[in-house]
Design a protein around this ligand. Structure first.
Ligand code: SF4
Length: 158
């Protein structure tokens, strides 16, 4: 288990550590459970990704598919926050609001106070992981087919 193994390292040392980990993986057939807030590192290292919000898994997907077609609104908003020159001019949705207290989490879906797709059901019921086209997602908007790209939803609301 590797918990933030490259945080606080400069980029060149970070690359050396990641390359060493990949070499060790090839040589010894290792599996890593890799925990990171750095999505560029996750993209480089992971073959299967789980996205956590407030202690709950909200999305599980194969690596490339998650970055190309995120299902859960929180995943979409996280990816919107990554600087990317290819996305210049594209509408993005900011993750707004404060992170709730995990000791006293919000009712229903824990993401509902910050979610642009939240409705009354989201405030009362807690979604569980359900199969999607690319993996699994815990979201009523995905489940009910009323998911719109959050960027589009927010841009329309402006
Ligand atoms: S269940 Fe509702 S509040 Fe939670 S992420 Fe999905 S749409 Fe947003």
């Amino acid at each position: 288990m590797c918990d933030e193994p490259t945080s606080a390292l400069d980029v060149s040392v970070q690359a050396q550590i990641l390359n060493l980990m990949c070499d060790l993986q090839d040589e010894f057939g290792l599996t890593y459970l890799f925990i990171s807030h750095d999505l560029s590192v996750v993209r480089h290292m992971a073959t299967r990704i789980g996205v956590l919000y407030l202690g709950r898994l909200v999305e599980v997907s194969e690596g490339k598919a998650l970055f190309q077609n995120p299902q859960h609104p929180y995943t979409s908003m996280l990816l919107d926050a990554v600087p990317d020159l290819d996305m210049t001019g594209r509408a993005r949705t900011q993750v707004v609001g404060e992170i709730p207290n995990p000791i006293d989490p919000p009712s229903g879906c824990r993401f509902h106070p910050r979610c642009p797709l939240a409705n009354a059901r989201c405030m009362q019921e807690s979604p569980v992981l359900q199969p999607t086209a690319i993996g699994e997602s815990a979201c009523f908007a995905v489940e009910e087919g009323r998911r719109e790209a959050p960027s589009t939803a927010a841009a329309g609301a402006k």
